[in-house]
Design a protein around this ligand. Sequence first.
Ligand code: HEM
Length: 152
Amino acid sequence: MKITLLALASCLIAAPVMAEDSPPVAPVVSPDGSLYKAFGGHDGLVRITDDLFVNIEADPRISSFFEQQKIPHIKDMLVEQFCEITGGGCVYSGKDMKTAHKDLGITQDSFFALVEDLQKAMDKNGVPFAAQNQLLAALAPQSRDMVGPPAG
Ligand code: HEM
């Protein structure tokens, strides 16, 4: 866990000096589908996303962000996005990350909290550590499109 968060923190620090515009969603990191397989394919991603939301709802650091939100839709979009990134051949059809998280007031700490909840969900579902890191490394640069000034 510590190593994963360290890797993620390095990506976040490196992010501002990389290309100015990040792609609207993370790129495909495993075109041959091996990463998708490591996540258990579609059913695995659905289980991980369900567990992620169990963790989020029990997490006082970020649960309030998701009150009054259409959770089934967000879950569907996450599965689709993770499927695309891991090489499962899906095409993400949701909003780009900047638009989806605009004006929510997500802090860096909230972002890390969600990543921890995602790690717990991946652990529970037996996703190998290296595979977890590949997904998190792909998501890390997107944080700058999600983190923003306090809402309101
Ligand atoms: C790994 C990082 C994250 C990913 C990959 C991600 C992905 C997504 C996706 C795919 C959607 C649905 C977009 C659509 O409706 O088309 C969404 C919506 C949303 N996300 Fe995230 N998200 C991340 C981090 C966060 C964090 C850290 C928070 C808050 C703590 C958050 C709060 C929300 C909320 C509240 C919505 C619903 C917004 C709305 O419909 O108005 N997300 N996210």
